[in-house]
Design a protein around this ligand. Structure first.
Ligand SMILES: [Mg+2]
Length: 185
């Protein structure tokens, strides 16, 4: 994991899509460093962060790493924060994580990066946003959403191949462009 991303610029002066950390994968996230920041609650995206597409289980290496991480660093809770609408309880159970998914509020589907999606998580956990980290592969849903909610954020490289809708929407291309523009400033 790269140490504090653009640490020279205070978080309040950075665009919301710029993460605090960047890591190659979930296995590369430095949880000791994150715990030192006062983080107690881990919020992790599912698709392309914890699992590749078209897979129905988490890889044993990931389950083991997260189980050890929770014990070793004494985090209070492990949570999956996903925009996926399917039943994800199997993934949650395998790592003893709570699962947070989109919900309806007055005919509006509340999902990442919506502020209310993250508010519901902090309320349920009884947590301060500053005690939370959002880890995910999407700059908009995960990083922007987490930063906007006042959490720490880690951007990981997408695991395996992209979903068709990201290929069509050029999501990755736009992400790279946003970041490289920011670096040029
Ligand atoms: Mg994802």
């Amino acid at each position: 994991m790269k140490p504090l991303y653009l640490a020279s610029i205070p978080k309040s002066k950075r665009p919301l899509f710029v993460p605090d950390f960047a890591a190659e994968s979930i296995l590369d996230v430095d949880f000791a460093a994150i715990r030192k920041l006062g983080v107690k609650h881990l919020l992790i995206d599912l698709d392309l962060t914890l699992r590749k597409k078209m897979t129905r289980k988490l890889e044993p290496a990931i389950i083991e790493y997260l189980t050890i991480t929770m014990k070793k660093h004494g985090f209070s809770s492990l949570n999956i924060a996903s925009n996926n609408m399917l039943d994800l309880s199997g993934y949650g159970n395998s790592i003893k994580a709570k699962v947070f998914q989109p919900f309806w509020k007055r005919l509006v589907l509340i999902r990442k990066p919506h502020r209310l999606f993250f508010d519901r998580i902090t309320k349920t956990l009884g947590a301060d946003p500053k005690e939370c980290v959002m880890i995910g592969d999407k700059l908009r849903g995960d990083v922007f959403g987490g930063n906007q909610a006042g959490m720490y954020t880690v951007h990981v490289k997408p695991k395996g191949q992209d979903y068709w809708y990201d290929l069509i929407l050029f999501t990755r291309y736009r992400e790279r462009r946003s970041l490289s523009r920011h670096h040029k400033k």
